[in-house]
Ligand binder design. Structure first.
Ligand SMILES: [Zn+2]
Length: 314
């Protein structure tokens, strides 16, 4: 099919943690790839040395999307991410290569950028739980790593909120493969399903010149925090804010319009008009909330925006 997959591994002489760092899960997000290449060069030139454990870098997870300079090749690689015996779309082939690779590691750092202006943030997994949706036992390590990445804003509640949105869609428009709860599984959710843990770091807007530096600092901090390099000890970020997603609202028709060009993490007072449906009905906040991932051009039937509220966490 003209595309090949590449991973680069550095292993220390002493045993230790197994880390994997991903870039280019979405083809139009270059900051992770840039930062990974910078760290690889420093390792190759001897400015950095892996003392214990090992790190695997995947500079470009989705080479088709990267060639197209688009978020997706055939579909979003960061949804419905698991191996399949009958690959159809290009991302199924990526998953068949990437999932077993993820499963060989204990910790994941997945580097992304985003569409609208806003501060960098990390996506956190659930608290420890024995539930059906995303059972987890590593919340303490995951939260501690998050505190040391170098960013001060955190978002959690992704899979819960996504699953609730999926259930609402199923009852509204009938079930299709796209509306399966498992559709919310991306790289970090897959990692947790295999007994590991991991963070998605959204490093800034796609073309923000600072985003590659945010990604680079996060890789070094992760290597140091896990003890793979011994050059320095990263400090925990002191001022932290965590927002918990509690609602996802779908765009139902192309006539649905947002009331203004919202920025991600913009605070909305109770009663704020967020958008208007094609039939004229208004969507307003019921409580003080933050709008997250607003997508004015969302395909009808897919996520239009999320709402989050502040919580005490990391
Ligand atoms: Zn992304």
């Amino acid at each position: 099919m003209g595309y090949q997959f590449q991973s680069i591994n550095f292993t220390g002489a002493a045993p230790g943690k197994r880390l994997i760092v991903l870039g280019g899960v979405h083809g139009n997000e270059a900051c992770g790839t840039e930062a990974i290449q910078r760290v690889i060069a420093e390792l190759q030139q001897g400015q950095l040395t892996i003392r214990q454990g090992s790190v695997t870098f995947v500079p470009v997870c989705n080479p088709k999307a990267r060639q197209l300079q688009q978020r997706c090749g055939d579909r979003n690689l960061n949804r419905k991410l698991f191996p399949t015996a009958t690959p159809v779309e290009f991302e199924d082939h990526v998953a068949n290569w990437l999932c077993p690779l993820l499963a060989q590691h204990e910790v994941l750092l997945d580097l992304h950028s985003f569409h609208t202006a806003g501060a960098p943030f990390a996506m956190l997994g659930p608290k420890n739980n024995q539930g059906q949706l995303e059972p987890f036992t590593h919340d303490a390590e995951e939260e501690s790593l998050a505190r040391h990445l170098g960013v001060s804003l955190f978002v959690d509640g992704w899979l819960d909120t996504y699953a609730a949105g999926v259930r609402r869609r199923q009852s509204a428009i009938g079930t299709t493969a796209q509306h399966d709860v498992a559709f919310g599984v991306g790289t970090t959710e897959y990692m947790r399903s295999q007994g590991g843990y991991g963070l998605t770091l959204e490093c800034g807007q796609h073309d923000d010149a600072a985003a590659p530096e945010v990604a680079y600092r996060a890789i070094l901090n992760t290597l140091a925090w896990l003890g793979l390099i011994d050059d320095y000890a990263p400090a925990a970020v002191s001022e932290r804010q965590t927002l918990r997603l509690f609602s996802v609202v779908d765009r139902l028709s192309a006539g649905d319009q947002l009331a203004q060009e919202w920025q991600s993490f913009q605070q909305l007072a109770p009663g704020t008009l967020i958008g208007t449906r094609a039939d004229g009905s208004e969507l307003r906040t019921e409580e003080l909330a933050y709008i997250v991932f607003p997508n004015p051009g969302a395909e009808p039937g897919s996520e239009w925006f999320y709402l989050a509220r502040p919580v005490e966490r990391v």
